[in-house]
Design a binder for this molecule. Structure first.
Ligand code: WTA
Length: 657
């Protein structure tokens, strides 16, 4: 039996046959027309950059590509906050809503127009300046989903102060590690956040973090819950105290003219175990990339009410709640809390109230709603929806179809958008008026993007064969390195193949040229010398009508090299049974073949996920191998793995009995 697992490609077992061509009435009004694919890379992006961005000084060169670093729109000068806020007011759109903000406590809402946002950003920037923040001061931001979060990001951009947003669910240690890496001098936070009715101690976490982050000299605190927090004299300042006297007149705080390639922000992304990487995003290419993709992929209209239900602490929120939509002058929805507070129909009530026409969320959220059942959505009028989007993980075809049928009323296109923190913008995606959709496929490269699937040796594999996803040409929002670590940048992304970006995801391209993402290459399983992707087996399980969610991983097996272990959550709280396990094994067997049928099935009410909702298969492998658990710091709910370990042990006990 072959043991050299790396020398093989990923096998394709699961074939999805459903097709959804664009509805003709959608196609005829769509922003993207088929000609969009006909332009050259540089012409396309130069055109978008000129039309979509207001420049203080035009760029004189579109692209300079010296692998592994790209520069875009060289010579251009601009300001991100000006583009996202001020110019819309100057163009007469001051009374247009920028955000319908909805707090977690019911009836706690704010309507923020572009004129309001301009006043808020100018006031915030004046407060920052008063406290000594200048161009190039490094700022950490640790907040929940309150309006002051985008305001703070835009205020930094206005002044030219690079920032890093640390997701409010991260611990004091994670915050401190990131601020130390970026050498932040300044920290912005809030007293507490709301989450499922309880208080998240954001300021208290900052206190613990600042004890270990000596570069941070000052902390600005926004009041949200009004809870009691400690304020350290000489270091901590309430925002509302300084805001009182701060001017909201844009002339009092002019936007800095920034170079195209100046640092806009860092966003830290964790590897599986290693120290988080500070992904570098710069100004002009990033803004052009996110605004352009937002316009075409989400088919945004002047009267759209667009809702990206991610957290701003992730790249999805940076690119598609804040910078892309605001650059396009789009009305957005921003929601502070969880989807089940006070009840499981909270999201659908929001869509009904604001008449949202575009919803963008993640497979994990869709599967959670599937698990709860469609009755929550059915209580609300969702007929305003025109388009749905998903991002973050491969989506199981059943979840895709559920989303389209139950949320999209069986009429809306669903755009499955593939990208990463590193890519900054969506790279593989349908264009909803053009592309025939296939549930589970992210379909086509966005114009100018050049992905391919390689084998171990760096040859392109044929249609239908799985392999490693790579990107062969630069794109405007691509990362400009890992902050302070050139070696690691080269090692992680540019070493496997020469001058080609190594994504770390498996993929295959089908006979029609559509891309199917197969998950992280570290998760691929090897059963009897077949390389099997997790998504295919999981999708076969979710295809069973009783299954809400499934995660699979390999454990070592003396006969087959690896055997598949499946962790399965059934719909409606069903605890599962040995008969059900047998039925699911058979289901996978008939759906994709005996080879992929799980050797063990463990029923569990929850799966271990990162705080951004990705299944942590690494921990499941530890459970399946009966090993001590590896790093669990990024886990959203630590009790979940204990429960799963217990059930897995029980299951193993039964097998032996
Ligand atoms: C996965 C999120 C399949 C992928 C924007 C990628 C996806 C990682 C998709 C990046 C998708 C994201 N289909 N897989 N549509 N979107 N991924 O950095 O493994 O949080 O490499 O960025 O998520 O996750 P990140």
């Amino acid at each position: 039996m072959a043991t050299d697992v790396t020398a093989q490609n990923i096998d394709t077992l699961f074939l999805e046959q459903r097709r959804y061509p664009p509805p003709p009435d959608f196609a005829s009004q769509a922003n993207a027309k088929p000609e969009i694919y006909n332009q050259s890379l540089e012409d396309f992006w130069a055109g978008e950059a000129r039309n979509r961005i207001s420049w203080y000084q035009p760029f004189d060169k579109v692209l300079e590509w010296e692998p592994p670093y790209a520069k875009w729109f060289i010579g251009g000068k601009l300001n991100v906050a000006y583009n996202c806020v001020d110019r819309h007011v100057e163009q007469g759109h001051g009374s247009k809503v920028a955000f319908h903000w909805e707090g977690e406590p019911e009836n706690d809402t704010r309507t923020i127009t572009f004129a309001d946002l301009q006043a808020d950003v100018v006031r915030f920037a004046n407060v920052l300046k008063k406290m000594g923040v200048k161009r190039d001061t490094h700022v950490g931001i640790y907040m929940g989903m309150v309006p002051e979060l985008p305001t703070a990001m835009l205020a930094c951009a206005r002044i030219g102060a690079p920032f890093t947003v640390v997701f409010g669910g991260f611990s004091a240690d994670s915050l401190s590690g990131r601020m130390n890496d970026m050498e932040c001098e300044f920290l912005i936070t809030q007293d507490e956040g709301w989450r499922r009715g309880s208080r998240v101690p954001l300021k208290a976490n900052c206190d613990a973090a600042m004890d270990k982050s000596p570069t941070v000299k000052q902390c600005l605190v926004v009041r949200r819950t009004g809870g009691d927090v400690a304020m350290k004299e000489g270091r901590d300042v309430w925002y509302h105290d300084l805001a009182q006297d701060a001017s909201t007149d844009p002339g009092s705080c002019p936007c800095e003219e920034m170079d195209a390639e100046s640092l806009l922000y860092l966003l830290y992304t964790s590897g599986t175990t290693a120290k988080p990487k500070g992904i570098v995003h710069t100004t002009a290419g990033y803004l052009t990339g996110v605004a352009t993709t937002h316009h075409y992929i989400f088919d945004i209209k002047p009267d759209s009410v667009y809702w990206c239900a991610a957290d701003i602490g992730w790249v999805t929120g940076h690119s598609y709640i804040v910078f892309g939509p605001l650059c396009n002058g789009t009305t957005g929805v921003m929601y502070e809390g969880t989807p089940d507070y006070p009840d499981k129909d909270r999201w659908w009530g929001i869509i009904e109230r604001y008449k949202v026409d575009v919803l963008y969320t993640a497979p994990t959220a869709i599967r959670t709603h599937m698990k709860w059942g469609p009755e929550y959505a059915q209580k609300h009028d969702l007929s305003s929806l025109r388009l749905l989007g998903t991002v973050g993980e491969p989506i199981n075809p059943e979840a895709w179809v559920w989303y389209r049928d139950n949320i999209g009323g069986g009429r809306t296109p669903v755009v499955d958008t593939w990208w990463q923190t590193e890519t900054g913008m969506i790279l593989i995606t349908p264009l909803p008026g053009i592309t025939t959709l296939k549930p589970g496929s992210a379909t086509r490269p966005f114009p100018g993007v050049d992905p391919a699937v390689y084998d171990e040796a760096g040859n392109e594999v044929g249609p239908g064969q799985g392999g490693y996803l790579v990107l062969r040409k630069p794109w405007p929002a691509m990362l400009r390195g890992i902050y302070g670590d050139h070696e690691r940048y080269v090692q992680t992304y540019w070493s496997k193949y020469k001058d080609v970006y190594f994504v770390g995801d498996g993929a295959r391209i089908d006979e029609d040229g559509d891309f199917w993402l197969l998950g992280r290459v570290d998760d691929v399983m090897n059963v009897s010398a077949h390389r099997i992707s997790t998504i295919e087996v999981e999708s076969a399980l979710v295809d069973h009508p009783k299954v809400a969610e499934a995660a699979v991983c390999g454990r070592s097996d003396p006969q087959t090299g690896q055997a598949i272990v499946a962790f399965v959550t059934l719909k409606g709280g069903d605890p599962g049974s040995p008969e059900m396990a047998k039925e699911l094994r058979n289901h996978v067997g008939t759906r994709i073949g005996k080879i992929a049928s799980p050797a063990n099935i463990v029923f569990t009410p929850e799966l271990p996920k990162t705080r951004s909702g990705k299944i942590m298969r690494r921990l499941l492998r530890d459970v399946a191998e009966n090993r001590p658990l590896g790093d669990t710091t990024t886990l959203a709910d630590a009790t979940v793995v204990d429960e799963i370990s217990r059930r897995a042990k029980e299951d193993a006990g039964k097998d032996e009995a």
